[in-house]
Design a protein around this ligand. Sequence first.
Ligand SMILES: Cc1ncc(COP(=O)(O)O)c(C=O)c1O
Length: 321
Amino acid sequence: MTKTISDCLAPYQRANLIQLPVIIHRLPRVSLQFGLEIYVLRDDLTGFGLGGNKTRKLDFLLGDALVRKATAVVTTKATSFSRNAAAGAAACGLKFHVVLPGTESDQNPLSRAVFAKWGARCHYEPDNRTALDNRLQSVIASLRDQAEEVYVLHPGGSDAVGALSYVRVFDEIRQYSEQTGVHFSHILHSTSSAGTQAGLVVGQCLARSETQVLGISASRSRPEQFELVHELAQSTARLLGKQVDPDKIIIDDGFVGPGYACASREGEAASQIFAELEGILLDPVYTGKAAAALLSYSKDKLLGSGPVLFIHTGGNAGLYY
Ligand SMILES: Cc1ncc(COP(=O)(O)O)c(C=O)c1O
């Protein structure tokens, strides 16, 4: 008998950071204006810490850390993921250390304040990338000297274990469709460190679903982003003893705008439409760009007759710091 997605994921413990069931709802005014049934999956409301797709990944990553009897969690580089990780570690009773590039005064005061609230130990490394990696290794070594069992989180949470969370999201969408009769022709979302798309594509392959997953690049060119997603999707599928079909990885790099972490004009306009018509806030550098793609495709009738699901991957904290 073929294994279901939940059978495949059963051996992986979660840290139970996510409020379930998933929230999916229709966007009535955006649908009317753009002439297509558009729904949103509210992973901005995952219900813990600062929410978003990072909390999804941490649910599996910290579950894995607990199985491995970790006592301390360490990560580096990705500041926004690290803030969520600090909250998750606190909720799991784990010590949390992060090695951040730059100096303490480079950090926004609000960001510093939330790290402090969640009891994170921040180590700053002003020098280059090699120095940052060396500093990470020395923090890990020093914790091990203190008899801590250290679990290292990949920056952004985008390794195979983190990506399992979006295999699960694909299954949650499938269950929603079964219950409501709303079957999505496309799922569209922002892609950057690749965990979200890799997980969704593996879920799609496991479910043998016809729904297309469209990743809207926040920064990289299509070939670079494809490579990143493909590699991670392969390692995620391997973890489950499965294979992934590279033809299912669809990436559009036409909405990157001025580049990584920079807002685009189209993204700002799409964010304004979501805010004004639906009361939903998007961030300018990830979800705003993905929404720009969604609205542009809808206008140009590139999404067939739908319905289409937009994944709100969070990032609202980026509006404040
Ligand atoms: C709000 C938001 N959406 C989407 C993404 C992209 O997801 P992924 O890194 O899993 O590709 C990120 C990544 O940092 C993000 O912060």
